[in-house]
Design a protein around this ligand. Structure first.
Ligand SMILES: Cc1cc2nc3c(=O)[nH]c(=O)nc-3n(C[C@H](O)[C@H](O)[C@H](O)COP(=O)(O)OP(=O)(O)OC[C@H]3O[C@@H](n4cnc5c(N)ncnc54)[C@H](O)[C@@H]3O)c2cc1C
Length: 394
């Protein structure tokens, strides 16, 4: 840590990702002096890699139901005050072109860098000062906050923690935010990887490993939650949007229920076709990807002509295809997860400003908070909205 006289700033933001950038530009536009620091030398790496390099920056259908949190109402206020339309207006001001892909998901036409450049230039125009790369050391709290860093000592009345979650450590994720919460005796809810592929024991998966690359439209359910999107077989387990979505809800040791044929009443089809002489695999290929149909016919049944199966056998097979119960052995972990579920307990924060109820001037925003969005642009919308809320208050 370098010596020298302390730098005073109205607002010090740790973490120059999606939430930190939005908070910085909002606070600076209000005339606050803002320092934004990050231990990375590259700005907003997660924005850069997001959405396959095109950043799924919001979703037109954002509503509180799209978020997991111990308190599902917490996100309501911030989301209502900074909507997808607000972010779209910012994009349009900068001439950034975008398109809707599916299910309300908005992506940049020309890649994620456009969004990073836009946020950087909004921050620059508002006078945000940058400290990157910068290592953060001890935080002390007395009258305001003192933060030791590799750029020297900062003094501030508003300290904003925007260091994100644990996913993808190789591009800079750290548990920093949770440690700050611990330092100030703030509760952190259970953390787990979310929006993550699910894995299976190799012996249990051996039958399906050959299906790697096969994808199909499916309904994947866990408890009362279900998602209808694509499901992808991989050599280690299951992935694809439907699985990523349910992974945030899934609890270890519990089975998922998968409807592999959502648009068909397979039981009724089998009963109508009881006299059909086609081999079961060929018959199923009319409805399912060929390789999957073959595995199902040979491993879940016998690959005999349909008319050589009893009605009871066909009914049982229809039940299994429409309600495959399968228990993952785990997830692919933070190395592959798009988000961290759980975080700083929302009961400790104001839903209006993201400020801690018991520590005046300390704010938590973005993914470090116990608010986790579904797949499809919802996590960035939370980062923008919570960053904006804190930026108006800090
Ligand atoms: C592969 C991938 C694709 C994704 N795609 C999408 C998508 O298309 N749409 C969507 O809505 N969401 C997507 N997400 C999720 C989204 O990126 C995050 O939810 C969002 O970036 C969270 O914003 P944040 O500002 O809270 O945290 P981050 O964007 O993670 O920013 C945190 C910042 O804090 C810094 N930091 C961490 N620790 C320290 C420390 N100790 N000291 C100083 N700085 C620190 C980091 O370097 C980083 O810059 C994706 C995530 C991944 C991993």
């Amino acid at each position: 840590m370098s010596a020298g006289s302390p730098v005073a700033t109205d607002v010090l933001i740790i973490g120059a990702g999606a939430a930190g950038l939005m908070c910085a530009l909002t606070a600076a536009q209000r005339g606050r002096t803002v320092v934004l620091l990050d231990h990375n030398n590259k700005l907003a790496e997660k924005i850069r890699i997001s959405g396959g390099g095109r950043c799924n920056f919001t979703n037109l259908n954002v509503k509180p139901d799209n978020y997991l949190s111990y308190n599902p109402h917490f996100c309501r206020s911030a989301l209502a005050r900074f909507t997808p339309q607000h972010f779209i207006s910012l994009l349009e001001k900068h001439g950034i072109r975008y398109h809707e892909k599916t299910l309300g998901q908005l992506f940049c036409d020309d890649g994620s860098e456009a969004i990073i450049d836009m946020l950087r230039s909004e921050c620059d125009a508002a006078g945000v000062r940058w400290a990157m790369p910068c290592t953060v050391g001890q935080i002390t709290h007395g009258e305001g906050f003192s933060v030791q860093t590799s750029h020297g000592l900062y003094r501030t009345s508003s300290l904003v923690v925007a260091t994100g979650g644990l996913s993808i450590p190789k591009i800079g994720a750290t548990p920093f935010g949770y440690k700050v919460a611990e330092q100030f005796n703030l509760p952190v809810t259970k953390l787990k990887p979310g929006l993550v592929p699910l894995s299976f024991h190799p012996e249990a998966w051996a039958v399906y490993a050959d299906l790697s690359g096969v994808s199909l439209d499916a309904i994947v359910g866990f408890g009362k939650q279900s998602f209808r999107e694509n499901l992808l077989f991989t050599h280690r387990g299951l992935s694809g949007p439907a699985i990523l979505q349910i992974s945030s809800y899934w609890e270890p040791g519990q089975p998922l229920s998968i409807d592999l044929l959502p648009d068909h009443d397979l039981y009724a089809i089998f009963m109508e076709q009881r006299t059909n002489k086609m081999l079961l695999a060929n018959f199923l290929t009319q409805y399912l990807p060929k390789r999957l149909a073959e595995i199902i016919a040979t491993h879940w049944s016998e690959n005999l002509p349909v008319n050589q199966h009893s009605s009871k056998q066909l009914a049982a097979l229809a039940d299994k295809i429409k309600g495959w119960q399968i228990t993952p052995s785990g997830t692919l972990g933070y190395g592959k997860a798009e988000v961290t579920c759980g975080g700083v307990d929302t009961r400790a924060l104001s839903s209006k400003s993201m400020e801690c109820n018991d520590v005046a001037g300390l704010y938590f925003i973005g993914e470090v908070v116990d608010v986790t969005g579904h797949l499809g642009g919802y996590n960035f919308q939370w980062a923008w909205a919570s960053g904006h809320a804190a930026g108006l208050a800090a």
